[in-house]
Design a binder for this molecule. Sequence first.
Ligand code: COA
Length: 340
Amino acid sequence: MTKSTIKGIGHYVPENIVTNDDLSKLMTTNDEWITERTGIKERRHRKNRNDTEETTAFMAFKASEKALEMAGLTSKDIDFIVFATLSPDYYFPGCGVLLQEMLGCDTIGALDVRNQCSGFVYAMSVANAFIKTNAYKNILVVGAEMHSFGLDFSDAGRGVSIIFGDGAGALILSASEEENAGDILAFNMHSEGKYAEELCTKFPGSKFGWSDRMRLEPENVTDAEIYPVMNGNFVFKHAVTRFPETMKEALKSAGKTIEDLDMFIPHQANLRIAQFVQRQFNLPDEKVYNNIQKYGNTTAASIPLALSEAIHEGKIKKGDLVLLSAFGSGFTWGSILFEY
Ligand code: COA
């Protein structure tokens, strides 16, 4: 059977570092509150909020170049793109086509995934299905987010805006028949749409428009509707239930146990959530990779950003068993278990 193996991986973040102290100049908050509640010390934001060059697709392009270099491939070798983001350059079209153009790929298919924090797990699962059915040989799978242009930095938004940051990660999933090649062993994806408004951005959405008006009319739209809103406690409680469920499901369907794991990379939602899950499974520190301290929550980018760092730092080696799990807006959640 064809194996889905990771041939290359890369990441990119904007240069501009925004510390908790920097945020405390914009809103009533402080380093102690943010660190204690989330573990975040700093995040990256596009330097100039009017910079239209450093966009979501641009960051994805930079991360993809690194992934291609590691894989020893060119953009012409890519057969398909799967792009996960909630912060696209345009309301439509999605970022997939923009990346196809920036990289100079052939007129290959480019699929956009809208599953927020679980976006990369969904994207990688879709790519895996195409590889396993021999539809494509080399698929570029991307998670990228530009949050900094769309957050409320006033006191009203402080419960949300301190968490999110900008960044991108890209990997190339390739078909392989080689005996010692890595492979995706299990995946699962879940959703529970009744909680859509517990973590969402309402505008511009058809539910909130008027038939006789434009999609967005400033006088009719409040800040609470154009910026993301989150019921933090509610999200936290569901996350710490769904993470263990999806992790156990992935391990069970591959006939593995938690002791078999070499590395667990949780979506970087909040360090407290990751630590709660780590304690539940008695995982030692060296088997869990977190980088939320440096980048905040980068939604669809957080897993590929962490996976890329872990691989390039040598913390994941060939043959290692790795579990990726995510939970987020939707609600959506899921996991991927693979051998590197
Ligand atoms: N700085 C200082 N105080 C803040 C603040 C900030 N940035 N944001 C909120 N507060 C205040 C609140 O106004 C509230 O004050 P009050 O008690 O006077 O009303 C107090 O801090 C507690 O707020 P609360 O929202 O209950 O805090 P919390 O302990 O739940 O922490 C989160 C908030 C967002 C950090 C936490 O709920 C969380 O991490 N949830 C999960 C979110 C997540 O992972 N989202 C991503 C999903 S993928």
